[in-house]
Design a binder for this molecule. Structure first.
Ligand code: IMP
Length: 191
């Protein structure tokens, strides 16, 4: 079985990926603790490529990375690529967004996930991007999830990401959709 390094430090993400990649015959591993990849690209794609490519070259294995975030129309697409750095923790990030949207009628927003898979030499072999549309609500709702989940109400279900179980979230989320698109390509590499 070939290794596939997930270019992330996030334990929550590896659990999400393990479920989503259950049909792919690979050993999913978190990137080595000592490896630090700076997310200084100007697009989600730049950052995903940078993360995957560095982890592949350093581990000499296949790797998969995603870069994701929430883009809010009334804020000109912010926080976007700065989603994870918009304030020092999830609670403060949510507070900042709600403050910036105070009194704003247009609450349209979408999440984006860009996923990249690199070969052991760092070359990009698979790419995918997907979005999930919804609205930023006035007050947080729901107890699950992470990040901006409690304030993002997904359009088709009218549930916040924090009110969804994993199965529902995976079926409509940006990350779930981006990953589902590349399963056939992954099966060609990991069989
Ligand atoms: P990344 O790990 O660099 O891709 O950071 C993405 C950031 O965007 C996270 O730290 C969250 O703040 C936010 N984000 C991305 N996807 C989601 C999601 O599904 N729910 C809530 N927040 C998310």
């Amino acid at each position: 079985m070939k290794n596939l390094y997930l270019a992330s430090r996030n334990n929550g993400k590896i659990e999400e990926y393990k479920k989503l990649l259950s049909k792919v015959n690979c050993q999913l591993l978190l990137q080595p603790e000592t490896l630090e990849v700076e997310e200084d690209g100007l697009t989600f794609r730049d950052n995903a490529i940078k993360k995957a490519s560095e982890v592949s070259r350093k581990t000499n294995n296949f790797s998969i990375a995603d870069d994701s975030g929430i883009c809010i129309e009334a804020l000109g697409g912010k926080p976007g690529i700065y989603s994870s750095r918009y304030a020092e923790n999830d609670k403060k990030r949510i507070e900042r967004v709600l403050k910036e949207l105070h009194g704003v009628k247009n609450r349209s927003a979408f999440f984006v996930a860009n996923i990249c898979v690199c070969a052991p030499n760092g070359e990009v072999v698979i790419e995918s991007e997907a979005k999930c549309y919804g609205n930023v609500i006035l007050k947080p709702r729901g107890n699950g999830g992470f990040g901006y989940d409690p304030i993002f109400e997904e359009s088709s279900t009218r549930l916040t990401f924090a009110e969804m179980n994993n199965v529902i979230k995976d079926s409509c989320s940006h990350r779930g959709k981006a990953l589902k698109k590349i399963i056939p390509d992954l099966l060609q590499i990991f069989y």
